[in-house]
Design a protein around this ligand. Structure first.
Ligand code: URA
Length: 202
C-alpha cells in the first residue's frame, strides 16, 4: 500500500518505525538512519529544525550536536521547559556530501522537503502542539508547503489551517556561524526574544 493512502499512525513509536523504512526520496541511501522527532506526545511546543546533522544521524536523536546545545540554552533563557517541547526536523535523513573523510551538511531541496512532509504531518497529528516554531527556511517550507522569506515573517504570529499558531525564526546553527562576538550576542538575544514571543502565545 502507498504510504500516502494508509491509515493514520496511532503512536509516535509506530510513526518512528515507519520512518526508518522510508524511501520516498534518495536521502535514506547515504544516511545511517532516519531521525524521528522526540518529546512528549502532548507537548505544547513543536520545534522544527532542518534535518539531522552528523551527530544526530549517528545518535538517531534530533538536536544533540552543537546546534542543539545553543537551542537548549535559548529555550532555557526563554523560560520554555524542555519537557514541554517536541523537537523534530522537516527532513528526517541527513543530507551530506563527503569531503575527504568528513560528511559536510547539504541543504535539502524542495522535493526532499515535500516528500518528507508526510512524517512531519504525522507528528503534528499525534502531538497536537498549540504552537509550532519553525527554525529556518527549510522548517518553514516543511510546515507550510510554501517558499517563505524569513525576514518577512519573523516575529509574526501566523495561524495554520488547523489553527495551530506558527512562529518562524532563524535556525540556531546560523548563530554558530557568526564570527563577530557582538553580532553573535545580538543575534542570540533576538533568537531568545522570538522564542519568548512564541511562549507568550500559549
Ligand atoms: N540541525 C537541525 O536542523 N536539526 C538537528 O537535529 C540538528 C541540527
Amino acid at each position: 500500500m502507498d504510504e500516502d493512502s494508509r491509515a493514520p499512525f496511532t503512536s509516535l513509536r509506530r510513526l518512528a518505525t515507519a520512518e526508518q523504512a522510508c524511501a520516498r526520496c534518495t536521502l535514506y541511501r547515504d544516511a545511517t538512519q532516519a531521525v524521528p522527532g522526540e518529546g512528549p506526545s502532548g507537548a505544547t511546543f513543536m520545534l522544527i529544525g532542518e534535518q539531522p546533522g552528523d551527530k544526530e544521524d549517528l545518535a538517531g536523536k534530533p538536536f544533540v550536536g552543537p546546534a542543539g546545545r545553543i537551542l537548549d540554552q535559548a529555550l532555557h533563557d526563554a523560560g520554555i521547559a524542555r519537557g514541554d517541547v517536541f523537537v523534530t526536523n522537516a527532513v528526517k535523513h541527513f543530507k551530506h556530501e563527503m569531503r575527504g573523510k568528513r560528511r559536510l551538511h547539504k541543504r535539502p531541496n524542495t522535493y526532499e522537503i515535500d516528500r518528507c512532509r508526510i512524517w512531519l504531518d504525522g507528528e503534528r497529528k499525534l502531538v497536537k502542539p498549540a504552537v509550532i516554531i519553525a527554525l529556518g527556511v527549510t522548517a518553514a517550507r516543511g510546515v507550510t508547503g510554501k517558499a517563505v522569506i524569513i525576514t518577512k515573517i519573523r516575529g509574526k504570529t501566523l495561524s495554520l489551517a488547523d489553527s495551530t499558531k506558527l512562529f518562524v525564526t532563524v535556525h540556531p546553527s546560523s548563530l554558530l556561524r557568526i564570527e563577530d562576538e557582538d553580532e553573535k550576542h545580538n543575534a542570540y538575544r533576538q533568537f531568545v526574544a522570538d522564542l519568548k514571543k512564541a511562549a507568550a502565545a500559549v
